[in-house]
Design a protein around this ligand. Sequence first.
Ligand code: CA
Length: 218
Amino acid sequence: MRVLLVEDDPQLGESLEAALRLEQYAVDWLRSGEPVRATLGATPYDLLILDLGLPGVPGMQVLRQLRADKHTLPVLLLTARNTLADKVDGLDSGADDYLAKPFEVDELFARIRSLLRRRSNQRSTRMEAAGIAVDPAERLVEFDGETVALTAREFAILEILVRNAGRFVSRARLEEGIYSWGEEVGSNTVEVYVSRLRKRFGSDAIETMRGVGYRIPV
Ligand code: CA
């Protein structure tokens, strides 16, 4: 799960970024609203956490632009003002949820899980390929009727492959799913996770095509 965080307060931004990473989300942090559109155009995200009070382009304008562009990404607003008018305004502008500062990080995580669950319900939550069933909202994997425990990064790679079953997915796309900006990407990291997944699901479960990528055959 990859999260884009837009927050200008350096202290709050830093602590949210750290907390989200601890929860195993890949997170990228922007300090202003201007680059949001280009960033969302370049990288697939599962969630946008958007502060309303931003320097330059206000968060509400970022949100309206996003919805005008027909972006369906779930958006969680953060705001310093907890008034009903702000809440209504935010939800009317296309936000999915709203959190007033100060908030507990556990509450933030609960809201995030609920948004992702709602989204995957809309998308038909469970996906299956080659006998491997993946439920992204619940972070559940089943194989041959048994629940399989995976690490967050193993899960992230498997989810992308199952979502694209039958098609080759490039290594770069898989790296995007597991790394935040600025994190060092080991040159063989994806290979390491793919080989761990093969140990779980069988050596034929994931095909490699050199120079192209990986796929789960259907
Ligand atoms: Ca702010």
